[in-house]
Ligand binder design. Structure first.
Ligand SMILES: Nc1ncnc2c1ncn2[C@@H]1O[C@H](COP(=O)(O)OP(=O)(O)OP(=O)(O)O)[C@@H](O)[C@H]1O
Length: 516
């Protein structure tokens, strides 16, 4: 039940009345006593009814009225609380029924520490609220507390700043780490003719600024070579940024490449950020699995590569970049062009310096060295002794087809090392690992026979070819040399004769004899 509208007189106490003996009487007296105590020790108090009208104000509160621009108590009582006390939050207490035990209120009368308590009747029905000014001018009365709070706040802010700086430093370090090339040409193990040739081509590519296209089966070392090309290039001091196109959902690829401008999206997952082109500025951008580039984005990528500029999503600003592109794919890109799955113009843009990375089965003589290096790496990473392979186990490895190439070789070695109690890996364990990995173990005897047959057959046929009349062999060699020189010089007789060190007349003679 709402109390009647009153003036500044304190709600009457039980002065003069006999002390109650029953609990209800004591409770009523205690409530009244507490009310009076708060009224006298606080700086001021007022009551509102459930509609938010001021119904009572004590003497202490009266002194704030002039500062609130209210001439008298009568101009205060009966008004809606927010009309006479700017910035008050009493309405919220009436709406929620929840107390605000302590709060700071600032308005034209000053800053106050206040309490706001809802008032409920015996049935729990809200009938009003009480506003208490605990401290007037808290900056002076609460000075020691405020100083301590300020000190703690300063320490907290400093700690937060330091933490944020540390986080930024470690993020930057990990990003820098991630953006530095991890491999050089020394990391590319192999001295077979095929490996030597691929390294030679890649070293030459490193000296150029043109795009490089690395073509080869999965696990052949294309990514390793991309790192090595960057490390050996003039851009080695710049970032190496890698994008695995196959690993990024199509919907996110555009943002990944071109970045997102501030305010482009409201969703939390689309915060403004730089795209990979911008991140690679001054360095190398490695586009891994370029054959998986969705057709919808191929035109945009081509434009970016041609113009060396991008437009981040949600922005109309052009961002220029200076990036050297190395792309790689294990897919048959020319066939994809023929099938209309890959843009021809983009293909030619990337196909400036193509390098074919041969599969492991074309460089089997690299396998012992690879086994040694991969084994060393495994031992370092897993704290295991370095795996050793006997001659027969090595033979078995050398005979495999290795569809997954060096990556597959590494996996097989790792599994075999884990299954062996000592560091020596025998052929039985290898056979078991190969089978459990779904790989068909090579037939060693057949492999040996074919390798031997290949070698001895080749030798036998070479021998037979040499056991012919010398004039016949010389004529054959002469014909080969003339045909090759004519081809190189596009049929130009003068240049061909010069290259072969013969006169033009002799060349015409020989050509006639050879029916050329
Ligand atoms: N010649 C090599 N010497 C040493 N390690 C190699 C060599 N080639 C590849 N590797 C290792 O083999 C693994 C696969 O190589 P990488 O990722 O470069 O192959 P990839 O051709 O890019 O494969 P994918 O096409 O599947 O992406 C890596 O751990 C790499 O370090």
């Amino acid at each position: 039940m709402a109390p009647p509208l009153q003036t500044t007189e304190t709600p009457s106490a039980a002065q003069g009345a006999a002390l109650p003996l029953d609990a209800e009487g004591i409770y009523a007296l205690a409530a009244r006593s507490m009310f009076q105590l708060f009224s006298s020790i606080s700086q001021g108090m007022f009551l509102v009814d459930q509609t938010g009208r001021i119904v009572w104000v004590n003497e202490g509160y009266e002194r704030f009225l002039p500062r609130l621009g209210v001439a008298s108590v009568h101009d205060f009582l009966g008004h809606k609380v927010e009309e006479v006390i700017p910035n008050t939050q009493m309405r919220r207490v009436l709406e929620t029924g929840q107390p605000v035990l302590i709060d700071l209120l600032t308005n034209r009368a000053g800053t106050f520490v206040v309490s706001r308590l809802p008032l409920h009747d015996g049935d729990g029905v809200l009938f009003g609220a009480i506003g208490i000014v605990l401290f007037d001018q808290p900056e002076t009365t609460l000075q020691p507390l405020i100083s301590k709070f300020a000190l703690l706040q300063r320490d907290l802010d400093e700690a937060k700043r330091e933490l944020a700086a540390q986080r930024t430093r470690s993020l930057r370090a990990s990003v820098d780490g991630a953006r530095r090339a991890k491999y050089s040409f020394a990391s590319f193990v192999g001295s077979s003719p095929a490996s030597v040739e691929v390294k030679r081509q890649a070293r030459r590519a490193a000296q150029s600024m043109s795009p490089v296209l690395l073509l080869g089966e999965t696990g052949t070392g294309k990514e390793l070579l991309a790192h090595a090309i960057h490390s050996a290039s003039a851009r080695a001091g710049g970032p190496f940024v890698s994008v695995n196109i196959a690993a990024i959902p199509e919907a996110l690829l555009e943002a990944e490449f071109f970045g997102v401008a501030p305010g482009a999206y409201t969703g939390a997952e689309r915060k403004p950020r730089d795209g990979k082109f911008k991140l690679a500025d001054g360095g190398t951008l490695f586009l891994d699995e370029i054959g998986d580039m969705p057709p919808s984005l191929q035109a945009k990528l081509l434009r970016a590569l041609q113009e060396s500029e991008i437009e981040p999503l949600g922005s109309n600003q052009i961002v220029r970049f200076d990036v050297r592109v190395v792309a790689a794919t294990s897919r048959d890109l020319p066939q994809m062009v023929r099938d209309g799955l890959f843009r021809e113009d983009l293909f030619y843009r990337l196909h400036v310096l193509p390098i074919r990375v041969p599969p492991l089965r074309e460089r089997r003589s690299d396998i012992p060295a690879l086994v040694e290096v991969l084994g060393e790496d495994l031992a370092l990473r897993s704290d295991m002794p370095m795996p050793e392979l006997g001659a027969r186990a090595l033979e078995l490895l050398a005979a495999q087809e290795w569809r997954g190439n060096i990556r597959e070789l590494r996996n097989v070695l790792e599994q075999a090392a884990m299954q062996c109690d000592d560091s020596l890996i025998g052929p039985e364990v290898l056979l078991q690992v190969l089978k459990s990995s779904g790989l068909e173990p090579a037939d060693l005897s057949a492999h040996a026979r074919s390798a031997q047959a290949g070698a001895s057959g080749e030798k036998a046929s070479a021998d037979r070819r040499l056991l012919r009349p010398l004039a016949e062999q010389i004529a054959e060699l002469e014909g080969q040399a003339i045909r090759a020189a004519l081809e190189v010089h596009a049929g130009n007789k003068l240049a061909t004769a010069k290259a072969l060190g013969i006169s033009r007349a002799t060349l015409y003679d020989r050509m006639a004899a050879l029916n050329l």
